[in-house]
Design a protein around this ligand. Structure first.
Ligand code: HEM
Length: 219
């Protein structure tokens, strides 16, 4: 039955050749370090799924944010698990992205013809760090408030445009409801859009160019 449906669909949408190009492509003999990109991809999917679930109960306003996070952790069924997966997944994603980048550097995989894969990777790393920075404020507890106060102050020391950057980040001179709304908007709309766009190009290039092989001593 399943094969018949598969065949019917393939004749109409040609899914089989797409599947074969992505999953049945030839890969050189590599080692475990080459799994770091896929591990990062796994954490990205985890963040998207758990993040979407968190938005069902999270409220991004100063008088509700903290309580809504407490409610998720203590009252919502499996809320502690979803929040925990999102919380620890965030750290895992940063660590794995950096390890994946180090693998790419040590094996020289950024060289021709993979420069654009590298550029999109740099963009992805900035997006991942952006997620961490904006997400940290959302629980709206003392740690979040003061970490963001310090973080935005650090941006303020940028020569010439520092004051402007601080005001754009905070939505004024102080940390207020506008800051929380802004960080939430960036965290759930701007950054995910950038992540999906960059990731789409990144993975398209990985499939199109093929994975690099382990460099030989004489190369
Ligand atoms: C959200 C973050 C990222 C995800 C999900 C991701 C995902 C992947 C995947 C699945 C692969 C193929 C398997 C592998 O080589 O491990 C790959 C390859 C690659 N990635 Fe990433 N990546 C990310 C970040 C980065 C960063 C930060 C860089 C560098 C600045 C980078 C540069 C590259 C390059 C150059 C390749 C080609 C490697 C080769 O052909 O050997 N990526 N990426």
């Amino acid at each position: 039955m399943a094969t018949k449906v598969g065949e019917w669909l393939d004749q109409r949408i040609g899914w089989r050749s797409v599947w074969e190009t992505i999953f049945l492509r030839k890969v050189p003999k590599v080692n475990w370090f080459y799994t770091l990109g896929s591990a990062t991809l796994f954490t990205a999917i985890n963040q998207i799924v758990t993040g979407i679930l968190l938005t069902i109960y999270y409220v991004p306003t100063p008088d509700q944010a903290y309580d809504s996070v407490q409610y998720i952790t203590t009252q919502v069924p499996a809320g502690w698990l979803i929040r925990g997966l999102h919380h620890w997944g965030a750290s895992a994603m940063v660590v794995l992205s950096v390890l994946h980048m180090l693998r790419v550097i040590f094996y020289g995989s950024y060289k021709f013809p993979r420069e654009v894969t590298w550029f999109t990777g740099v963009g992805l790393l900035l997006v991942v760090l952006g997620f961490g920075f904006t997400g940290y404020l959302l629980p709206w507890d003392q740690k979040a408030y003061w970490a963001t106060t310090v973080g935005t102050r650090i941006a303020e020391v940028t020569p010439f445009i520092g004051d402007w950057i601080l005001r754009v980040m905070r939505g004024g001179s102080e940390l207020t409801a506008v800051t929380l709304a802004r960080f939430f908007g960036v965290h759930v709309w701007f950054l995910p859009a950038a992540l999906l766009a960059l990731l789409g190009i990144h993975l398209y290039l990985v499939v199109r160019i093929g994975i690099s092989s382990i460099p030989k001593r004489e190369e």
